[in-house]
Design a protein around this ligand. Sequence first.
Ligand code: 13P
Ligand code: ZN
Length: 270
Amino acid sequence: MKDIFKAPFIIEMGETTANMYRQGWDERNGGNISYMLDEAEVAEYLDLNNVIRTIPTGFDAKKLAGKIFIVTGTGKYFKNVQKDPETNLGIVRISADGTTAELLWGYKDGGKFTSEFPAHMMSHIARLEQDPNHRVVCHSHPTYTIAMNTVCSTDEKDFTHKLWQSNTECVVVFPDGVGVLPCMVCGTEEIGIATAEKMKEHRIVVWTNHGIYGTGKNLDEAFGLIETVEKTAMIYMLALGHTVNVIPDDIIRGLAELWGLKMMDGVLDD
Ligand code: 13P
Ligand code: ZN
């Protein structure tokens, strides 16, 4: 058996959570990540027949039966993942009936996965239906994105337009736009269902007054989506009340045409 502390997925989870913490997006226990792993790769590090304990999933996760995820622990701080991955992370496999998760490694102090597990797992289901290469769901509390929520409507077309108008990278990085949910009680099945519904159309979903979800085929991609929205939200907020130039719609359209991208419908006037 190889040393799990040297596994690329453990190292990457440590690096990503540390980066997010240093950006100031993940105060205290804010944020959570889940990353679907390849069974054969995990088997190089763990005996897959050794289930440490089972943890109720809290919802019907049957569509993910047998899938293995590395997931940040509830109440755990992103800043601590790198120095103690075995306490702050866990590797779980969804049981055949989808009602429990089998702990294969981690949560060493008796802990469990993030309280946002339903939103993560339901988002994985929704994104895998759109893209079989999808692997990562990343939730964070980036400062300027949340600030934008306090001064912008929750209309996702309007929110997406404001981002596309503020930074030419935006339409190129997320032509599919940003899904926006109103302020809701988090950590529930309801917010999971609502998030997954948005994930059918978008790889990024903003939870008003709370934070953001980014998804992708790897950690870099999910992080990069959040990073691009957050940087642009920063530009928007720094310029708020002083705006003279925004990117015209014909330039946004031109960028999408140049890169052969299909834009979210209804954001630009026809
Ligand atoms: P957890 O500590 O349960 O992951 O919750 C943090 C969070 O960001 C809730 O939305
Ligand atoms: Zn949160």
